[in-house]
Ligand binder design. Structure first.
Ligand code: MG
Ligand code: MG
Length: 273
């Protein structure tokens, strides 16, 4: 991640909004298919096809880290996996929590979002983790306002989740986004109010709390990508791409499509008993 902060024009923000719309639609498409019995590689195939059908590119596919290349459209991180889970033969089962992270590139601009889904019936503890992590994302978003500092976002997330005793992952952070997937500034999920970069209109950032039910410590698995909680307790991850404005943030991604899908699913299962 470079140090230069690129502020975006309104025209550029509209292009990012388009990429964000597609990312949001893609994750809701995945939400439709998430159920017991589906493999994570199948979810990845569905996502890639959906993005290409919309004349865009999966942003993570071909992503480089040292000598290693990520060859998938989604990061699918199950249970104790925090982020960067590699899609594969794992078959989802009742009670899993699954974070789906997706990025697209369209018209030269990136969009980035993540949502953590419940597979079937999950424990009350896991439900609370998901709810609190989602709430913390919006606490952060409320602070993505011109004149405030990045530390105000970080602090809002931290304050909200630490009341529940959860672990905040420190090794991974939110980020600026635009013509690159990861731009400056970094947006940590912990920090002091009033610290860090002062935000201006035109700054576009991805805010993405990664919250562990247990301790905050994480490690990279032997596959070189998957980041997991060391204590093997579940982890949750929600992400929005937002444009900083005066007064209130402009949220460019949306969970609205996902929520519609989840509602349909609940209605269906109620009918089927
Ligand atoms: Mg992401
Ligand atoms: Mg991101």
């Amino acid at each position: 991640m470079g140090k230069t902060i690129y502020l975006k024009t309104n025209e550029e923000i509209e292009l990012i909004r388009e990429s964000c719309w597609l990312v949001s639609k893609t994750i809701s498409e995945i939400g439709k298919h998430i159920k017991e019995g589906i493999s994570t590689i199948e979810l990845d195939r569905i996502a890639e096809e959906f993005i290409r059908d919309n004349r865009a590119k999966p942003a993570f596919k071909g992503y480089r880290k040292g000598n290693s290349i990520f060859d998938y459209t989604l990061c699918v991180s199950v249970n104790e996996q925090v982020v960067h889970g590699i899609p594969g033969s794992y078959v989802l089962k009742n009670g899993d929590v699954v974070s789906v992270d997706c990025g697209v590139l369209k018209n030269g601009f990136y969009g980035d979002s993540a949502y953590t889904f419940a597979v079937g019936e999950i424990s009350d503890e896991a439900k609370q983790l998901l709810r609190v992590t989602l709430e913390s994302l919006y606490k952060g978003v409320e602070n993505a306002v011109a004149g405030k500092r990045v530390g105000d976002i970080s602090n809002a997330v931290e304050e909200h989740v630490s009341r529940f005793g959860y672990g905040i992952v420190r090794e991974l952070v939110g980020h600026g986004i635009g013509r690159s997937l990861h731009e400056a500034p970094e947006v940590p999920n912990y920090g002091k109010r009033g610290s860090g970069v002062r935000m201006e209109e035109g700054l576009v950032i991805a805010i993405e709390p990664m919250i562990n039910m247990g301790k905050r410590d994480v490690k990279v698995e032997r596959d070189g990508w998957t980041v997991s909680a060391v204590d093997r307790k579940p982890s949750a991850h929600f992400e929005h791409t937002v444009a900083v404005k005066k007064g209130s943030a402009d949220i460019l991604t949306t969970f609205e499509f996902i929520e519609q899908e989840l509602k349909l699913k609940t209605e269906k299962s109620a009918v089927n008993g």
